[in-house]
Design a binder for this molecule. Sequence first.
Ligand SMILES: CCCCCCCCC/C=C/C(=O)SCCNC(=O)CCNC(=O)[C@H](O)C(C)(C)COP(=O)(O)OP(=O)(O)OC[C@H]1O[C@@H](n2cnc3c(N)ncnc32)[C@H](O)[C@@H]1OP(=O)(O)O
Length: 302
Amino acid sequence: MALTAVVRIPTRALLRPWARLRDSALGWMEPVGGVEVSTQRFGSQRVLVEPASAAGVAVMTFKNPPVNSLSLELLTELVINLEKLENDKTFRGVVLTSDCPGIFSAGLDLTEICGRNPAHYAEYWKAVQEMWLRLYLSNLMLVAAINGACPAGGCLMSLTCDYRVMADNPKYAIGLNETLLGIVAPFWFKDTLVNTIGHRASERALQLGLLFPPTEALQVGMVDRLVPEDQVQSTALSVLAQWMAIPDHARQLTKNMMRKPTADGLLKKRDEDIQNFVSFISRDSIQKSLQMYLAKLRQKKG
Ligand SMILES: CCCCCCCCC/C=C/C(=O)SCCNC(=O)CCNC(=O)[C@H](O)C(C)(C)COP(=O)(O)OP(=O)(O)OC[C@H]1O[C@@H](n2cnc3c(N)ncnc32)[C@H](O)[C@@H]1OP(=O)(O)O
């Protein structure tokens, strides 16, 4: 068991909503005896949240082995934990990172969009939309500590952050590779990329399904900084420390001004987007492509 430290919690902390939550379906910890708890960490099964040593900062670690694919459960836990951090006014910044060695996130869980029924596709897509909207419009400062491969939905998640630090390891790549799977990145994936790297670079990257190695990702502006693998998280934390110097109110209004029009694009037609997704993903030809892609991934081991 990694969680052994006994820490003292100021009574004031017990008033925080997350501190009062029972060890429920999501596995939140309850303070014991009103003063002491048996762990510093909180969060849920697939999303660990740890207060960092710097005040006002938390590290959110995705823990959905083997590849941190964005299953319905992971998406749900991510959104709930983000909301708890936002409601707890002591937090201003969050580092998003991965517990899976060499992989930040493999993107959408292909088993959620392959071989299921339309009702499941609709429920899943709504959760993907929700994850994007919550992260993209979060008032918190978000920094992605990309410590591994970061394709498709994993890339999207990192693009919602305010800053990206990536491990300088040529084995890792980041990008929206949907076309390689025979599927199409929806307009709000595209908009997020365009807002980050510009129209021309996005057009090329999206059509070709480019997965950029770190050096190229830095050149094109998909990530902001490369550091040795063992410094990804510490660098993300020091970036956050710089951002924390900016008054929250002014920064939040500015972030909202920059991002709201893009988010509104989806908010105005969420249901239509869900219907489009369900009819696209239910096509026989798309299901066949996805099955072949999954089979190829599984064969790699054999
Ligand atoms: C109109 C418009 C409408 C809209 C139209 C629709 C829009 C959809 C948008 C889609 C967005 C997406 O994110 S689609 C998802 C795209 N993702 C990808 O292409 C990444 C695929 N994965 C990889 O490349 C690799 O797995 C990688 C992450 C680099 C790790 O490589 P490794 O060698 O370490 O690990 P692997 O051996 O490959 O994988 C370990 C196991 O995890 C599984 N696995 C890997 N990726 C997985 C995934 N995404 N979902 C599920 N399972 C996955 C493998 O099958 C293995 O299963 P076992 O063999 O059983 O152990």
